[in-house]
Write a protein that binds this ligand. Structure first.
Ligand code: ACO
Length: 700
């Protein structure tokens, strides 16, 4: 397995093993000893002969053999020297616990670079620095100062925060949650999140990969590899640090709506990663993914001894968009024959407050046999006669006999269910303290199954005039101009198959009227200046002008007012355009994330987009299904489909527009941001028109 020497070393040296209780170097040694590690442990400390009864060595060379794993816990300035020693003796795996590297500034950054240079020269791999260490319960390896060795289990965990990992260990130990591996990745100077995720992906002990991240080192590699790994094993991540920093510098609508968190949302969605918003939610999900089979569908059966709790579960099932299993006639007959007359044999199956363990056992057994049931939720409240522990045993018995469908439990209460909780956890039945959490776990599982069985991604390539777009973009880049003007933006769009409105620039009122007459009324006037991005903000757009007089008046007014409003703007004239009406206005946009590439955006168009924020994002390149899904994900979709008898617009043409745009920005990494706003779409069979567009480019 990759990183084997970190997870299953035959010997471990601890450089900086301390004699003093409470010091990090002491706690690591103690953790190793208490875990019952079976390999050799070599404490390294030149200032003492023994620690905790183990012989101490003054340096690595004195051991006389090569430790497979070295843990470094000496002050930062000493770390390069210890790394040199590691290289000299031939160790290949090093965990650097020490902090004081790039997290503290430039000096620390340089020190970290030196350390990694030594590692490269010595062909060593490094976890950290500034980390808590590595824990592998199955190998009784606790190479950390995080606390007690947790139970063995199927959750592989990685954390960019050592402190959070310590909290998780404590929580897991209190709840009997087991792990295959736990890795604190610290500063990720060498081994990063993707290396660990890849190692856990091929680790036979790991069934679910769980983690906390603050950043992702290589966006493109992460997306493509995580997508492949998710196909095999679920990945549950918490990601903090979502800011709108990216939005501050943005000049387009899309850019200002796309904070860096949007990029992570898109990446997680593309890669099938299940995003969690709290530690509790993450471990609620993880225990089900680690210990239960995946459901074949989303039809839930609920067994309860309390009507109210059953209704709560039913509400949650409906809210989460899951469905209630319709029990077969055979199942209901079987249930009716054995349950008291007052019991409800429809889903949720209420087996009444006096249900003992044998009633739960019979119902669970029967329901699991029903072909219309994909997942079962067992609810219990401890009433006078209830047998929580015996019920827990019964659930485990039945699920061990019939293990093809997931079974989750929600036992409510505290002291009366404490023993049952232990039994369920030991029996690998996920246990929840709220019906909503149990149901949202089922939802996460069904969503994951849906993602895993999604159709193969096929990106359609349209016949376009790439050369034409390239010439325009290159021309701007050569001149060092970022913003492509409206006319050139439209040329680019036309090269990629979009239809744009006809129009020309006028520098006098009379010229404007002449152009309008040629186009036919009504027309639109737009101020024409490379320095004015948001024309509406300066009253630089006049719609629906119906005569030559109206056009000339509007021209004169713009030329009088706007130079006063924005004296620094270079005004070149006014664009006279045909008026496109009769359709709905939407926005198609792109924002290039520095780590993950182009993010596509769709939303209701015009000036409302930034106010209503009814937009959806997706990572380019888009498939036809993804483009369509972007529409479905907005509230605008209902309007586009037509409300209350109103005829809807051509949904497919919008989805095609998104795909064409996705092709454009994938083929031109120079395009940083782009809006087509409004994109006017009429009913099926009519032409959609890219009325206004803004493109900004940068040398890639
Ligand atoms: N080789 C080996 N051991 C040596 C050497 C040497 N050349 N020289 C000295 N030692 C011994 C020392 O004598 C000492 O042992 P002693 O206590 O028996 O005398 C031991 O190594 C440790 O050295 P100290 O100088 O006492 O260092 P100290 O333990 O105070 O600090 C540490 C070292 C813990 C690495 C510190 O620099 C540090 O980085 N602390 C923060 C650790 C941390 O938080 N990491 C991130 C975790 S993730 C999170 O966020 C929680």
């Amino acid at each position: 397995m990759a990183l084997k020497k970190f997870f299953n070393p035959s010997s471990v040296a601890i450089v900086g093993a301390s004699r003093t209780k409470g010091k990090v170097g002491y706690e690591i040694l103690r953790s190793m000893l208490e875990a019952g590690y079976k390999g050799s442990i070599f404490p390294i400390n030149p200032n003492t002969e023994t620690i905790e009864g183990l012989k101490c060595y003054p340096d690595l060379a004195s051991i006389g053999q090569v430790p497979e794993l070295v843990i470094i816990s000496v002050p930062a300035q000493m770390v390069p020297e210890v790394m040199q020693q590691c290289a000299k003796v031939g160790t290949k795996a090093v965990i650097i616990i020490t902090s004081g590297f790039k997290e503290v500034g430039q000096e620390g950054r340089e020190l970290e670079q030196r350390v990694i240079q030594i590692a490269k020269q010595g062909r060593m791999r490094v976890i950290g620095p500034n980390c808590l260490g590595v824990i592998v319960p199955g190998n009784k390896l606790n190479a950390s100062f995080g606390g007690e060795l947790p139970a063995k289990g199927a959750i592989g965990y990685l954390s960019q925060s050592g402190a959070l990992m310590a909290a998780i260990l404590d929580m897991a130990n209190a709840n009997g949650i087991g792990f295959s591996k736990l890795v604190s990745i610290g500063n990720k100077a060498d081994i990063n999140e993707l290396d660990i995720i890849k190692a856990l992906a091929v680790d036979t002990e790991t069934r679910v990969i769980v983690g906390y991240l603050e950043s992702i080192i290589d966006g493109n590699a992460f997306v493509s590899q995580a997508e492949q790994i998710s196909q095999q094993k679920p990945i549950l991540l918490m990601k903090s640090g979502g800011t709108s920093a990216g939005a501050k510098a943005a000049s387009s609508h899309t850019g200002s709506l796309a904070g860096s968190d949007v990029a992570y949302e898109c990446v997680f969605e593309r890669a099938g990663i299940i995003r969690c918003s709290s530690i509790k939610q993450q471990f609620d999900y993880a225990q089900a993914f680690a210990n239960q089979p995946l459901p074949a569908g989303s039809r839930v059966a609920v067994i309860t001894n309390a009507g109210g709790v059953g209704i709560m579960a039913a509400d949650a099932v409906e809210q989460q968009g899951l469905s209630f299993a319709k029990l077969s006639d055979e199942t209901t007959k079987k249930l009716a024959a054995k349950l008291p007359a007052a019991a409800s044999i429809n889903n949720p199956i209420d087996i009444l407050g006096d249900a003992l363990a044998d009633r739960y056992e019979f119902v669970l057994d029967t329901v699991l046999d029903d072909g219309g049931v994909d997942v079962v939720l067992v609810l219990l409240t401890p009433q006078a006669m209830t047998e929580p522990s015996a019920t827990a045993e019964a659930v485990i018995k039945i699920t061990s006999e019939k293990s093809a469908k997931p079974v989750l439990a929600c036992f409510l209460g505290a002291s009366k269910i404490a023993e049952a909780a232990k039994i369920l956890r030991k029996g690998k039945i996920p246990l929840y303290d709220a019906t909503e959490m149990a149901v949202s776990t089922i939802k996460a599982m069904t969503e994951y199954v849906r993602w895993r069985t999604r159709p193969k991604r096929v990106i359609k390539l349209f016949a376009v005039n790439r050369r034409k777009a390239e010439n325009i973009i290159e021309r701007y880049l050569r001149r060092g101009v970022r913003e492509i003007n409206e006319e050139d933006s439209k040329e680019i769009l036309e090269a990629y198959g979009f239809v744009t409105p006809k129009g020309s620039i006028a520098t006098t009122a009379q010229q404007a009227a002449n152009i309008a007459q040629q186009l036919g009324f009504p027309v639109v006037l737009k101020i024409w200046s490379p320095d004015i991005l948001h024309k509406s903000d300066v009253s630089g757009v006049r719609l629906g002008l119906n005569s030559a007089t109206e056009v000339m008046d509007a021209f004169d007014l713009m030329m009088y007012r706007i130079p006063k409003q924005v004296p620094e703007a270079d005004i070149l004239g006014v664009l006279v355009q045909e008026m496109c009406g009769g359709g709905k206005e939407v926005i198609l946009g792109v924002h290039r994330d520095p780590h993950f590439g182009p993010l596509m955006m769709f939303g209701l168009g015009g000036t409302m987009v930034e106010v209503l924020k009814d937009v959806s994002f997706y990572l380019a390149p888009l498939t036809a299904e993804e483009a369509k899904q972007m529409l479905v994900d907005t509230k605008t979709y209902k309007i586009l489909k037509g409300v209350r008898g109103e005829e809807g617009v051509d949904i497919d043409i919008i989805a095609e527009g998104l795909q064409r745009l996705s092709q454009l920005v994938t083929e031109f990494p120079q395009i940083q941001e782009m809006d087509i706003n409004p994109y006017v779409v009429g009913r099926v069979g009519t032409t959609a028109i890219a009325v206004d567009a803004r493109i900004s480019v940068e040398q890639s």
